[in-house]
Design a protein around this ligand. Sequence first.
Ligand SMILES: Cc1cc2nc3c(=O)[nH]c(=O)nc-3n(C[C@H](O)[C@H](O)[C@H](O)COP(=O)(O)O)c2cc1C
Length: 188
Amino acid sequence: MTTVNDLRPHPLDQIHRLIEPGPVILVTTRHRGIPNVMTNGFNMMVRHVPPLIAGTIGPWDHSYRALTETGECVISIPTADLAATVVDIGNCSGADVDKFERFGLTAVPGEKVRAPLVAECFANIECKVADSTLVAPYHLFLLEPVRAWTDPAHPEPQLFHHRGDGTFTLDGPTIDLKSRMAKWQYLL
Ligand SMILES: Cc1cc2nc3c(=O)[nH]c(=O)nc-3n(C[C@H](O)[C@H](O)[C@H](O)COP(=O)(O)O)c2cc1C
């Protein structure tokens, strides 16, 4: 029988490397008229319908202030070919640079929020802050999607996931287990 003596202790401060969250996304905001974009790896779906997304954005980020003050953002989902640019976006601040200009991104006006969509991303989800009670203790924003867009030019987008240490996993092959989702047919 396996006991913990057969296992290797894993440091608690490295847990995020075991259970990586959602794909790497971009979060755009518009603060005092100026658009900005940040990179975010700590995010997850919370609810199907009506949809709810949780994302951690720290107070060290310019985006934190923008999101706190405006209550609006866009979640832009990049494909793997943009991975290096997305990492670079997460290594500088909108407090210092115009990241749309620096990284050659195209800001597209949305319909429901003032934060811009990113034309280079395969999907853009316009969001409003639904609940900020977890922001103070955990920097966790609960975001309600109010409009969403996908680009038909990306029929099979390949997303990428941060493994927590500067390495990334790209989406791989898809397997179809729909026939086993007996209890969850309404999701299919
Ligand atoms: C791969 C990657 C993932 C990141 N994930 C997060 C995250 O989940 N939450 C966060 O607050 N910052 C995250 N960051 C850091 C921000 O993107 C970074 O602090 C950025 O410079 C903030 O930009 P801003 O000051 O313009 O808002 C990540 C950076 C990288 C490179």
